[in-house]
Design a binder for this molecule. Structure first.
Ligand SMILES: [Zn+2]
Ligand SMILES: [Zn+2]
Length: 55
């Protein structure tokens, strides 16, 4: 699998951390359960907490 047009380092400065759409945590800090929980929150347009492991 090759990605010919992917820039390797040009996107670092724009938004280094992708934040979750429904909670204030970086997507990278979600575990599998947290991802599913936040996805369900997003799908249901609900406003509730999240189950991310606190850092
Ligand atoms: Zn989240
Ligand atoms: Zn969260």
């Amino acid at each position: 699998m090759t990605s010919p047009a992917l820039p390797a380092t040009t996107e670092r400065s724009s938004s280094a951390v992708a934040t979750c759409a429904v909670c204030p945590h970086p997507v990278a800090s979600h575990d599998a359960i947290g991802l599913r929980f936040c996805q369900a929150t997003l799908n249901g347009a609900m406003s509730r907490g999240c189950v991310c492991p606190s850092s």
